[in-house]
Design a protein around this ligand. Structure first.
Ligand SMILES: [Mn+2]
Length: 436
């Protein structure tokens, strides 16, 4: 073994051909852009390996989004591995819960320098760089989606001479929000004596340990509003010298995503005019656009604070629906490559009135608010709603389909409708409607 430094790219959770369900219906052009996003992000990762002249690339599972992977996704993946192989860059792949080996797959050859690990047990293959053996790569794929055993233990006792790298799709330390597949502890990983654990499964980038390096790169492209912020790969280095193989390791995060998801809030605190709300949306959008550095962004905005435009937000049809605020703002972004598309506006704003002071008053508005809070305190809002509808004689007049919709409302939605209704009623009672 000689001396030197190994350079490699570690990625995971490509989820190729991820459908981005939901937004495609809102905007067909955005839909087709998003449909291409997981592919473009992986192409960026491969470009990065070629540009940095990486020695090899690691792919730690969930290459495909679905067990029955699309032909397009399979052809694309092979094509990208071939680009690496043609440039003399080896690739090592394991499969995870989204793309276990049991799934349907085309019977095609991998490029010469690509190696895919089997699922029967941990497999160890020589790591050769520029014709010289520098160490070993160990890995194991999922035979089926639902792997509940601790696969990390199978790596114990496999360390060989030189640099040792392990690939595994797993849940370290029972992370919440991720299925508990191939559960293991950080101690299980440390015990195997590897130099680098190339993990997959958790969709946010995280370095669990620096010595040895234990790394989740996260997915390469956010797929929904729950996956916000930068997504990409780690560019890693490890010493391959015989003095301390695997030492002097380091990682650097490199974004590869082509569209970014963000959640931001916008405060209407103290606002008196609609003009101020629109100006605030413009400022928010410009700020988000600047920070994204040319990448398009899909943005969820929560409007909060107490101000006069709260009544505007609650106007039926103002926010969503045809011709509403969201649609209008999005239309003005069409044709831009650095668009900021508003996924939704969540109304968490309050009216400018001091509800507590009003509720304690001995007048009609005070009585109204006392009624509202008595209703809110009920343990079962749906039951309460049905009683009110029956007592007012509305219930028997409701058409069947309307009644069914009311009957299907969960309590949290009834509470939110009640807040909106209260705010609208207060605006009418205290300010007077100005547009009738
Ligand atoms: Mn995944």
């Amino acid at each position: 073994m000689g001396s030197g430094t190994l350079k490699f790219i570690h990625c995971a959770d490509l989820h190729l051909d991820s459908p981005f369900s939901g937004l495609a219906e809102t905007s067909p052009s955005l839909g087709s852009f998003l449909r291409a996003a997981s592919f473009s992000a992986f192409r960026n990762a491969v470009d990065c390996a070629l540009r940095n002249e990486a020695d090899f690339v690691l792919v730690s599972g969930d290459v495909y989004d679905g067990e029955d992977r699309s032909v397009r996704a399979q052809l694309f993946f092979l094509e990208q591995l071939k680009r690496l192989s043609d440039a003399g860059i080896a690739s090592f792949i394991v499969h995870g819960n989204h793309d276990p080996l049991s799934g349907w797959e085309l019977d095609r050859d991998l490029p010469p320098l690509a190696h895919r690990f089997g699922a029967a047990e941990v497999e160890s293959v020589p790591l050769t760089v520029k014709g010289e053996r520098v160490g070993t790569v160990h890995g194991c794929s999922y035979p089926v989606r639902d792997v509940r055993e601790n696969l990390a233990r199978g790596f114990a006792g496999r360390r060989t001479e030189g640099v040792n790298i392990a690939l595994l799709h797993c849940n370290v330390g029972g992370r919440k929000g991720h299925e508990n597949y191939a559960p293991c502890s950080l101690d299980d990983l440390r015990a195997a004596g590897m130099d680098y654990w190339a993990l997959g499964h958790v969709h946010s980038a995280e370095i669990l340990c620096h010595d040895p390096l234990v790394v989740y790169p996260g997915n390469i492209q956010g797929r929904h509003i729950g996956e916000t912020g930068k997504k990409g790969v780690f560019s890693a280095t490890l010493g391959s010298g015989s003095d301390r193989p695997g030492g002097r390791g380091g990682v650097e995060f490199i974004p590869c995503d082509v569209v970014r998801w963000r959640k931001e809030s916008l405060s209407i605190e103290g606002m008196q005019r609609d003009e101020e709300l629109f100006a605030a949306f413009d400022r928010l959008r410009d700020g988000v656009r600047n920070e994204a550095g040319g990448r398009p962004v899909i943005l969820r905005t929560t409007v909060d604070g107490r101000g006069k435009p709260s009544a505007l937000l609650r106007r039926p049809g103002f926010l969503s629906g045809p011709g509403g605020l969201v649609e209008s703002l999005n239309q003005s972004e069409e044709g831009r490559s650095d668009f900021v598309f508003i996924e939704s506006v969540v109304d968490a704003a309050a009216s400018p009135f001091d509800l507590e002071a009003l509720a304690s008053g001995n007048h009609f508005v005070g009585d109204f608010l006392k009624e509202v809070s008595a209703f809110e305190r009920r343990s079962n809002l749906k039951e309460g709603l049905m009683e009110v509808l029956a007592a007012s004689g509305v219930r028997e007049k409701l058409p069947r389909e309307v009644f069914d919709r009311v009957d299907a409302l969960p309590d949290d939605e009834i509470a939110s409708l009640l807040r909106r209704g209260t705010s609208l009623a207060l605006a009418g009672l205290l300010e007077g409607e100005d547009d009738e």
